[in-house]
Every structure is written in C-alpha cells, then in structure tokens.
Design a protein around this ligand. Structure first.
Ligand SMILES: *Cc1c(COP(=O)(O)O)cnc(C)c1O
Length: 443
C-alpha cells in the first residue's frame, strides 16, 4: 500500500494480526486495502486513490454506494426503532417488504420467511422442503438433487448442495449430507436444451424421486460455482420434470434477483415459477445483510397443518426493521428507475469492451449476460499481482481462480464501464505476455 498515513499502516498491521477475510489464511500474503468511503460507483482508498467498482460488493450494491434515498430510509427507521424481536411482534417495514416481494415474484409465491443471510435462506428453503414431506407423511423424502457447478452458501445444509469439488466437500465428508449431483447443464444460455443435455438430471430423478425432497439450483446463472450461463430451456424442462416426479423445485435467486441477469428474477427467462425461492444480496441494495425464503400457499399450508405445525426456524434478527426498511426503499428505487435499459446498456458495453479478450492467448471464453461479464482464462490468475494491477488502473476487480468478471452497479455510465473493460483487457494482455515470456517482470 502506498500510504504515508501511519494510522492506516497500523490498521493494516492489526488487520493482519487478528482478522480473517473471506476464504483466506490468517496472516497470508494477500494484501487488504483500507477503504475510507464509497459514493456512487467509486471506492476511496485510505491513500486517496479512487477506484471504479466492478463488483457491486459481490452482487449487492446495485444502486451504487451512499445513495441518498437509501440513507434516508435507514435514518428514518432508526428514528423509530433499530430492532425489535419478530416473535409475537410485527412492524410496517417487514409487512411492507413482504407484500412487495409477493407482488414482484412469480404468482404462486405467497409466504415470506425473513432471515439474516443468503446461506440461512437456503437452510430455511431446505427445511421447508423436508417439513413439507414430513407433513405429508413422507419423512423418507430427505435427499436433495442439484447440478454440479452450483453455489448455495457456506452453512452445512447449503454446503451439501454446492459443487463438491469447488465446495471442497472432502474437508467435511463425514458431516455433510449426501446429496445427488447431476452434470452441470451443458447447453449455454440462448441455445436450446436437447434430450441429451437434460438426460443426466432426468435419469437421477427417475431413479431416486421417492427419496428426493426437492431439486435446488440457481436459475440460468451459476454464480460463485463458475459463472456459467445455461439455457433457459433447460430450466423450463427442470420445472416439467419436477412436476412429473412430484418433487419440489427450489430456485436460489440470491445472486440473480433484482435485475442482474436482465430480468427482475432469472426464472423469468424460462417463464417458470419455483415452489420455493431464495433472495438476498441485492435485496437491501448492499446496505445490510437480509435474505428471504418465499414459498407457495400449498407448501406453507401443508407445513402449518402437519406435525409439528410450525416451521422450525427463527433467527434472533429475523425481519430486522433497519434491513427491511432499506430493502423496501431499494426495491422501490429499482422499480422507479429505468433498470431494464440500464442493464441492457451495461450488457452492450460489456460485450463490446470484453470481446477483444476472446482472441488473447490464455483466454478460454468470454461471456456476457445482463450486467454480468466474464472472461474465463485457461489458468488461475496470480490474485495478488493482478489485484495490484487493477488498483493501479483505477478499478476494483476481484477475480477468482480462472475467472475475471465484472458486475458493476446499475448506475455506472459508459465511460466508467469502458475504463473497467479496458483495464480487464489490458491486464489480461499483460499477464499473458508475462506468462509467455516465462517471467512476470521485476518492475
Ligand atoms: C452469495 C450466495 C449465497 C450465500 O449468501 P450469503 O449471504 O453469502 O450467505 C447463496 N446462493 C447464491 C447463489 C449466492 O450467490
């Protein structure tokens, strides 16, 4: 870090000494950069440098940072109450947000369970499915079916349906529930889905449906499991198969929800509805951690009429008023904005800006859908070096493994977007040159 500021140098030392960061080692050699503020699409580092944000803080900050409308929503709620338990009590922010979510999501989804994070909403979805079958006298339906390449969160239930390889199942093999995995969808977004594409999943359903509680997957976009965009036709056939076999369908819209893929929810690409849906991430516009699990009246009524008559979950911070208030404001802000046009313009800018990467050596694929742009390399990047190069180029981009990807806030303008895509292109060009010379330079 190029800062002369003793305070921030000490901050980074303390951070190294005591803090874990996501998926990292304590005291590892990865740099962390202190941020002092963020506004619009720009993050300001402690040394004064400003970076254009290409990540939306992992799918969340769709309106950019420090938005006056979202700030005002939190301040106004704060003046009333920051929190109150949800057992036996309710409040306008929770009820308002639930009604809004029911109105926006596909028709059959009617019942809303609020929880604190995406992973927990997946746990709740899985419990809903198990309790549904329990209530119907089918406690033997306990397994979940999914596809490889998925990501659903980091708690144990969610981990059990993440891709077994990238999710490192071997680390917890004795503890994880054994689920059923079909090959990841081979048909790409925009292409039809053939019988051969769906066959592995269809066969698993055929052979195991009496034991399966639900099929869980991310609709159209597989996020942290590999950033793949698969055929909407595949998803349509998944819905049909689930109906034929009487298996519930859980769609994890935590990454895709609220417009990211070009539709408000990615299941709209296939014009289907799940029985259970998880939302999170962009729900609060990136302000606070909040997620929700929605289900149909058929599922919630069955659970409520069966034994033990209640859904066995209830987080301490369930339906936190500050989080619900900012989420309600964020959803309103999104719907009042020309978000379709913005996402379409970002899609166009990402296509034009990232397309030149396709011919670079070391690039395996370039793909864009909605406000998501991905350059897949043939080898993993050197994270530390590449992060430094992105920062020198004035952008915040955080690759993982072989994937360099962009998913900027929807409010980004074309000039800033061009800066992001130009940085990606330049750095991949430089990196590959460095590799082919057999050295990464000593500058
Ligand atoms: C991020 C993510 C989760 C987990 O959400 P957390 O809030 O990090 O627990 C689950 N599913 C998908 C598809 C995600 O992208």
């Amino acid at each position: 870090m190029n800062t002369n500021n003793a305070f921030y140098e000490e901050l980074v030392r303390e951070d190294r000494a005591h803090l874990w960061h996501p998926y990292s080692a304590m005291g590892g050699d990865q740099s962390v950069y202190p941020v002092v503020s963020a506004r619009g699409v720009r993050l300001t580092l402690a040394d004064g440098r400003q970076l254009i944000d290409g990540m939306s803080s992992w799918w969340c900050a769709i309106h950019g940072y420090n938005h006056p409308v979202l700030n005002a929503a939190i301040e106004s709620q704060l003046g009333e109450m920051a929190h109150v338990m949800f057992g036996g009590l309710t409040h306008p922010a929770a009820v308002g947000l639930a009604s809004r979510l029911v109105a926006l999501t596909p028709e059959p989804l009617q019942s809303v369970f609020f929880c604190d994070s995406g992973s927990v909403s997946v746990e709740v979805a899985m419990k809903m499915a198990l309790q549904y079958w329990q209530a119907r006298g089918r406690p033997d339906r306990q397994q979940f079916l999914t596809v490889r390449g998925g990501y659903h969160g980091d708690t144990f239930g969610a981990m059990s349906v993440c891709d077994p390889v990238t999710g490192m199942h071997t680390l917890y093999s004795g503890l994880l529930s054994r689920q059923l995995f079909a090959a990841s969808p081979g048909c790409r977004f925009g292409d039809p889905c053939s019988d051969r594409d769906i066959e592995p999943l269809a066969r698993l359903l055929q052979e195991n449906s009496p034991r399966i509680a639900a099929l869980i997957m991310e609709p159209v976009v597989q996020g942290a499991g590999g950033m793949h965009f698969y055929s909407a036709d595949y998803l349509k056939r998944v819905r049909t198969l689930c109906d034929e076999h009487g298996v519930l369908l859980i769609l994890d819209e935590i990454a895709t929800g609220f417009g990211r893929s070009g539709k408000l929810f990615a299941c709209e690409h296939a014009a289907i509805a799940p029985d259970i849906m998880c939302v999170g991430k962009a729900l609060t516009g990136g302000y606070l951690s909040l997620a929700a699990t929605l289900t149909t009246a058929a599922v919630s009524d069955t659970i409520s009429r069966g034994e033990p008559g209640v859904l066995m979950h209830g987080p301490t911070f369930m339906a936190n008023p500050l989080a619900c208030a900012v989420a309600l404001a964020s959803v309103g802000l999104l719907l009042d904005s020309p978000w379709q046009a913005r996402v379409a313009a970002i899609e166009q800018g990402l296509r034009e800006g990232l397309e030149p990467c396709r011919t670079l050596s070391g690039v395996a694929d370039v793909r864009v859908l909605g406000a998501i742009g991905v350059v897949e390399l043939s080898a993993a990047v050197d994270m530390k070096a590449v992060t430094g190069q992105f920062i020198d180029a004035g952008v915040w981009v955080r690759p993982f493994g072989k994937l360099v990807y962009l998913m900027p806030p929807y409010i980004i303008d074309r000039q800033d977007l061009d800066t992001l895509t130009a940085a990606v292109t330049a750095i991949i060009t430089g990196t590959q040159r460095g590799f082919s010379r057999g050295s990464r330079g000593k500058q």
